[in-house]
Design a protein around this ligand. Structure first.
Ligand code: BG6
Length: 507
């Protein structure tokens, strides 16, 4: 059965001034400007709203509009591009060259922001810092010095927030000296993905799963976030980060939180964030003596992905040939609380894997006693698979009787809820949702300071443990599922990674 989505107009929001620092960078062009255009097209951008690109490049407003137009051509699906609506969107764009660390350009930016279009209603003032985290503090200082950080303005911080606990605290202190916590929106774009939000609906909008959602009934959980891409043009950043900092400390831990958390009192922002924080604080530390058995780091070598040859990590642009940065990580973690005691969560994430695929697998325990005769077929334990991307779906593997008169033969089969088939239409990109949540003033899907710091607190001993061992990451061939040690990590416990249902088209 399909349930077409109702065509209600998106709710109107107040006008805004979105100032995007790093306005000509990869994130702004690939994600932010296309997302703002799509929200404008959906009728969510009030008249008089402005989007102001800021970077050091000496561009004119016309140059910036031309870049934005190209970005929309490159990153918005053809059937969403409408010439008149693109033209209307470009009219909303402005540009000011600003140097975050000197006074250059700041008076011009202040002048522009303090001169709103005539007759406009009061607007929400937002600063989106799509820059290196080292510029977050200096930029906020300048926003204060030039009187731009007014009481109800908001600041959006892109990840990574620091590279360890101390640097995250330093950034949070610097930004916190200018903006109060409710004014700070720390983005983790995974929280804006439709299917990630659906975890809340699945768990707390159904009575079916919650009674089983604990160590009595769940054997283990697997979370895989696999990418086919390499480091692309971001070698400089990536080599300083690696997979643990780039993906696990934020995106994968947020998924762990949504799977592991208790039911919040309501969907109010602090209730949800309080529950996520409890999960982060319950994560069992991986001690120095467990680094070898609970974690695996990998680095890709030349291979083939999607039928095309790709270079190894050390031959990518901007990567030193002796780099010891990991492009793959697998690990086993535990949530040390009443609900989850003894249930391992196996996480893995990597670049240049065979498919782009993010998935959560909840593996239930086997039945406690079988009434079926020998020869009825192997009884497989139930498995719930939440496919976050692509082909968003929820599948429940069940045992069924094979049809026919030949006696009781059992076979696994899946109940499959495909979101595309059920609801149809386009799923908005995570940034569309999150950018408008900032305008709305809703920070439920953003990370609070204590969450970010608790996540670093757990990740830091792993980073320290790796550094102390002085080992190079294990090599894996691009286009495979990571180093063999990551398979051993789970097989040692008598379990296997759930790789059997990757759509052929994804290879
Ligand atoms: C970003 C990481 O946060 O997430 C990138 O910095 C990664 O390295 C990206 O490629 C993955 O996001 P998505 O939405 O494509 O799964």
């Amino acid at each position: 059965m399909s349930y077409p989505r109702p065509t209600v107009a998106a709710p109107a929001l107040p006008p805004f001034d979105y100032t995007v620092f790093g306005g000509t960078g990869d994130l702004a062009l690939r994600k932010l400007l296309p997302a703002l255009y799509l929200r404008d097209k959906a009728g969510q951008v009030a008249e008089g709203s402005r989007i102001i690109g800021v970077s050091r490049s000496p561009l004119s407003r016309g140059d910036f509009r031309a870049k934005a137009e190209q970005a929309i051509r490159d990153h918005v699906p053809a059937d969403e591009r409408d010439t008149a609506l693109v033209a209307r969107f470009l009219e909303r764009l402005d540009y000011v060259p600003v140097n975050a660390t000197t006074d250059e350009g700041w008076s011009e930016l202040a002048e522009l922001l303090n001169t709103p279009p005539s007759g406009r209603e009061p607007a929400v003032r937002i600063f989106y810092l799509a820059t290196s985290p080292s510029l977050f503090g200096p930029t906020c200082d300048q926003l204060r010095a030039f009187g731009l950080a007014i009481p109800d303005s908001r600041v959006v911080l892109e990840k990574p927030i620091g590279r360890d606990l101390a640097s995250a605290q330093a950034i949070n202190d610097q930004v916190g000296a200018v903006f109060s916590e409710p004014q700070i929106y720390r983005i983790d774009h995974y929280l804006g993905k439709e299917t990630v939000q659906n975890l809340l609906a699945l768990r707390f909008g159904n009575s079916l799963f919650e009674p089983l959602w604990n160590a009595d009934h769940i054997d283990h959980v697997q979370i895989t976030v696999a990418e086919t891409v390499g480091v692309e043009e971001r070698g400089g950043y990536y080599d300083q980060s690696g997979a643990l900092r780039d993906m696990v400390q934020n995106h994968l831990l947020q998924l762990v939180c949504l799977v592991g958390m208790e039911c919040p009192i309501s969907l109010a922002q602090e209730s949800v964030r309080d529950e996520k924080l409890k999960v982060l604080r319950s994560l069992k530390a991986i001690g120095a003596d467990e680094i070898g058995s609970c974690t695996v780091r990998g680095q890709y070598r030349a291979g083939a992905v999607a039928g095309g040859a790709v270079p190894g990590y050390l031959d990518e642009p901007g990567i030193p040939s002796s780099s010891g940065t990991e492009t793959f990580v697998a690990l086993k973690l535990e949530i040390d609380n009443w609900r989850w005691a003894g249930v391992p969560f196996y996480l893995r994430s990597g670049k240049r894997l065979p498919a782009k695929m993010s998935e959560i697998v909840i593996q239930f325990r086997p039945i406690r006693h079988s009434i079926f005769p020998q020869g009825a077929g192997e009884l497989q334990a139930n498995r719930l698979i939440v496919r976050l991307q692509p082909d968003e779906s929820i599948r429940l593997h069940l045992m069924t009787k094979e049809p026919g008169p030949g006696g009781m033969r059992l076979r696994p089969a899946a109940l499959n809820l495909s979101f595309a088939q059920t609801f149809g239409g386009r799923f908005p990109d995570a940034y569309e949702r999150l950018l408008m949540d900032v305008v709305r003033g809703n920070s439920t899907l953003f990370m609070r300071r204590d969450e970010v710091e608790a996540a670093w607190q757990w990740a830091e001993p792993i980073l320290d443990g790796w550094a102390a061992r002085h080992e190079m990451p294990k090599p894996y061939i691009a286009g495979t599922w990571g180093p063999s040690q990551s398979i051993a990590l789970i097989e040692r416990d008598g379990r296997t990674w759930h790789d059997d249902e990757i759509p052929a088209a994804a290879f």
